[in-house]
Structure formats: structure tokens, C-alpha cells
Design a protein around this ligand. Sequence first.
Ligand code: NAD
Ligand code: UGA
Length: 456
Amino acid sequence: MSNILCIGAGYVGGPTMAMIAKNCPEHKITVVDINQERIDCWNSDDLPIYEPGLLDVVRLARGRNLFFQTDVAQAITDAEIIFVSVNTPTKMFGEGAGKAADLQFWEKTARDILDNCRKPNVIVVEKSTLPVRTAEAMAKIFQLGKSSTKFSVVSNPEFLAEGTAIEDLTNPDRVLIGGEQNEIGRKAAETVAELYAHWVPRENILLTNVWSSELSKLVANAMLAQRVSSINSISALCERTEADIEEVSKAIGMDTRIGAKFLEASIGFGGSCFSKDILHLSYLCEYYGLPEAADYWASVVHINEWQINRFFQKILHEQFYTLAGKTITMLGFAFKQDTGDTRDSPAIQLCKKLLGEHAKVRIHDPKALENARIDLKEMQGDVSFEEDVYKALEGAHVLALVTQWAEYRELDFERIYNKMVKPAFVFDGRNHLEHEKLFEIGFNVFPLGKVPLKQV
Ligand code: NAD
Ligand code: UGA
């Protein structure tokens, strides 16, 4: 039996450790966080994050071999394998502001480990997404200390997506483990691989050197986001040429070299990682003297901002360039369906722009209203939050669909139409609704990358 510790009980630390605990009952897994409220939630049935299927996994292992607590120092004392899953946001000050990774939480953790570890051999696993060569910096911190512990730093980035975390963790496309290229490093990587091998087929566990592993994580997110920006740029061209973005996505996606996934045009990608990781990647290219590569990746984020603004401009244009006093109801605030997470959601930018025009903004989301309230706390203007979707749309001029929650497709749109101001407008930022049906009811419908359906 090993004592395994995870520092950081967030969207990654909580679900990944619950999955390891479920599948490795012989190991004791402790998850620590400095945030007492978060830990209290993990110890209750009201988990701090909404993720389908997560509660079942947590309930199965919690109290058996899965423990959540706040005493970081004490937990480090006993640990032989330490996963570090703290946040690594974009640095907002000093050198590299707005681009580089802010590594203060990560470095604090490294120093906590150094100060408190007592075991003779400790494997430190980078679970957080980190700039390439961070493991080297971590190893340096460990070498500087007076600890007699022998450390091995392994990179094991996480690829789960929110909303499907349990499915992704249960059947990962691959588990990536980067180890130092020496005997101790290979042994450490193998120890981590053995944990996953409890439920992941060996051929899906990929062992690489540390730098490849660190960089692959950033590149995976950059490539995924680049697909979204590519298809979003084409959605604009479709709107000018009467091509249909869904037909184009399908046609190109059937080419097995391109593949069908991640080609859904949208209001723009959001989430805590895509923009942050691409900007880190771009900054790294710049740092290593590759300005052309840096510009290429930065343009993926630029297109995303442009797409969000395009969606807003379309609303403004169709409302005769005046939104003052008009009610705009945003359906969805989370950055994607099946999560309550609103970090970097396009909804935040859209809301800001609408309020800038003095619109009255009403927000509905099945799981993200609490986070939406926090995000918009400081924002000036007439913004309200509504738990009942029909009430949210009463007297609205515009329905703007931002998040593709399944339940939005099932709404009674006749009822909604009857209660909205006429002419009633739908702007579908996800091509999620049945546009023809809405048009027949009487709505003016503005999809993405398609010919709009206007009543007159
Ligand atoms: P998060 O903000 O949800 O969780 C991080 C947690 O770390 C917080 O609860 C915070 O209180 C805690 N923390 C910070 N400093 C600490 C310290 N010194 N000691 C103890 N706890 C500390 O972040 P997240 O979404 O779980 O992301 C964590 C990392 O994983 C990031 O690097 C992110 O890029 C990466 N990642 C995230 C996802 C995702 O879907 N969210 C997926 C893959 C990778
Ligand atoms: C993404 C990656 O998919 C994960 O592999 C990675 O681990 C994670 O980032 C991370 O490092 O944080 P996530 O952001 O949770 O996961 O969700 P995605 O499903 O990737 O969606 C990201 C954004 O792109 C969402 O706003 C989504 O709506 C948007 N998107 C996605 C599109 O607009 N179109 C698509 O075709 C696909």
C-alpha cells in the first residue's frame, strides 16, 4: 500500500484522484487544498463542482481509501507519491503579463513539499499543465533544500474535458507519463504507470521523456482550440457566401485525415485552459526566439475573440444598432454543456458588451448561475439571474443561446414566442436549436454560418 497525495482539489485533482481511489483500493489517496470550503464540499454530497457521474465515484471510495483534508503539511509528511494539481493561470503582472504562466501556486507547493516530506523516496507528479521544462525548475528547488529525501519528478498531464470527466478518466485515449531518462526516472514513471494500469490498457499508457510530456499537453489543447478557431473563421465566410457551416464540417470531417470531432462552429471556445495554454505556448515560442510560431498560435486566440465579437455585432446590427433598454436573455452561461464552470466563458464577454450598450441582460443556466453571479459581481448595468427559463424569456426582445444544454432543445418555443416582444429574435451561438421550427413559429432566426431565417 502506498500513501498517495494530491495537492489541489479542483476540477482535475478531485475527479482524477477519485478515479485512482476507485480503481486502486489497496492505496490510500489523500487530496488536500488550502480552500476549506472546497474541502468541506468534497466531504459532503454537495460536491464543489458539477460533473455527471462524479458523485457515484466519490461515494464509492470516500472514507475507504479516499480522504479530503486541509492540513497540507501533515499530508506531505506521509506521502510517497505526490500529484500536484494546483491552478496555473495566466500571469497578469510583470514580465510576460497576459501570456506567461503564473507559477506562484506551483512554486509554493514545491517548497511545501521540500519543507515537509519525510519519506526517503518521493515521486512528485506534475498533473497541472505547465510550461515545458518546469520539471527542471522543480527538481532544482528540491536539490537546493536540505532534505535527505530523494525526489523524482514525473510529468503526467491530464486530458479530461469538463462535462465528460468521468467518461474520459474511465476510458482515456491515452495516459501520458514523462520521466527523466535515467534509471530512477524510468522507475518513477513505471510506478505511476502501474497505478493507471489497474484500469487502462497498457498500450494506452505512453511513456516519454519529461519535456515531450509537458509540451504535448500544451500542444494538444492548442491543436484542439485551433480546430475550433479554424471552423469559426469559416462560419463567417459561410455567412457571406450562403454555404452552410454544418454541411462544410460534415464534408471535411468525413476525410479520415481530418476527422469529424471538434468541428462545431460556436460563439467561441471558453474554459479555463484553451486561451491560457495557447498563450503559454505562444509565449514559449517567443521566449525561444520563434516569433513566427508565436504569432501563429496567438492568432488562434485572436480569432476566438473576433468570433465572440461577431456574435455580439450581429445582435446589435439586427436590433437597428440600439440595444438600450431592450431585454436580451442569454440561455446558458457555462463555457460548455454539462458543467457549472464559467471560467473564461464567452458568456462573460458577451454580457459585458451587451451591458456596454445599456441592454437589460437576463441570464439562465441550469448549473452555472452561482458562478455567473460571482463573475458579474463587479459589472455595472442591469443584469439579472433567473432560475425559471420561461420567466427569463418573458418580455425579452432577443434570445441568445450561448451554451448547448440538451434541455434547451426541449423547450416549448410556442409558449416562449407568445411571451416575447415582437418581432422576436433568436441568435443561436451553437447551432443547437431547430431553426426551421423556430422560423415557422414566427421567430427571426440567426444561426452561425448559415443563411438567417427572417420573417420579412
Ligand atoms: P482549480 O482552480 O479548479 O483547482 C486548483 C486548486 O488548487 C484550488 O482549489 C486551489 O485552492 C488549490 N491550491 C492552490 N494552491 C495551493 C496550495 N499551495 N496548496 C494546496 N492547494 C492549493 O484548477 P483545475 O481546473 O483543477 O486545474 C488545475 C490544473 O490542471 C491547471 O494547471 C489546469 O491547466 C490543468 N487542467 C485542467 C483541466 C480542467 O478541465 N479544468 C483539465 C486538464 C488540465
Ligand atoms: C479541454 C480539452 O478538450 C481537454 O482534453 C483538456 O484536458 C482540457 O481542455 C484542459 O486542459 O483544461 P474542456 O475545456 O473542458 O477540455 O472542454 P472542451 O470540450 O475541449 O471544450 C472547450 C471549448 O471549446 C468549449 O467552450 C466548447 O464549447 C468549445 N468547442 C468545442 C467548440 O466551440 N466547438 C467544438 O467543436 C468543440
